[in-house]
Design a protein around this ligand. Structure first.
Ligand code: 5GP
Length: 179
């Protein structure tokens, strides 16, 4: 991992988690999902955009026969949650009776999931679980069951490995935290 600060839109970020640390956390999570869903054929629902890199690495370690689809909900502007979540776009697959595993980059306030889960549950899936790369327990404002968290982090703003700061930083293989 680079040991130096990076600057995005004039804001400084310092190294926080290396690609190797992320890989280990993601592999461990995939192993748990493989064990828990043995004999089932889950439908992974990747939440764009921030979840793309995590989803790619996680799914490479999933040994189950499974399907993968991509959806989009609203995202942040800047470093503060808008608290607003817009429409769910892109879920055309039949969800009824399926075991859904949502793949999300980060659960912060939980607002995104709080709005998304009822919409999915209304379509009568057999089950819904959330697999998130990061979880900030100190920020959570809604009741949520998170069974698959790759890593809990403090209430700081992070970028890299899919996560952006106003559009920048998604391509970084390591994760950085705002200084
Ligand atoms: P929530 O709805 O749980 O408050 O936030 C979920 C979304 O907020 C994430 O999918 C992500 O887009 C954004 N978010 C929350 N915390 C961070 C962060 O530390 N860094 C970045 N880049 N995005 C974040």
């Amino acid at each position: 991992m680079g040991s130096s600060l990076i600057t995005l839109h004039g804001k400084d970020f310092q190294p926080y988690l290396s690609a190797a640390q992320l890989a280990e956390a993601v592999e461990n999570l995939a192993a748990r999902i493989n064990a828990d869903y043995a004999g089932r054929q889950p439908l992974f629902v990747v939440i764009l955009t921030g979840g793309f890199m995590f989803a790619s690495d996680l799914l490479k370690h999933i040994t189950l026969t499974c399907e993968v689809v991509f959806i989009r909900v609203s995202s942040y502007e800047g470093t503060e949650s808008s608290g607003m979540v817009q429409e769910v776009l892109g879920l055309r697959e039949e969800v009824a009776g399926r075991d859904l595993i949502l793949i999300e980059d980060i659960v912060d306030t939980g607002t995104t999931m709080h709005h998304l889960l009822p919409r999915l549950l209304a379509q009568n899936p057999a089950s819904v679980e959330i697999a998130t790369l990061f979880f900030k327990p100190a920020s959570l404002r809604h009741e949520l069951t998170l069974n698959y968290v790759a890593r809990e982090i403090p209430n700081d703003f992070v970028v890299g490995y899919g996560l952006d700061y106003d559009g920048l930083g998604r391509n970084l293989p390591d994760v950085y935290v705002a200084v």
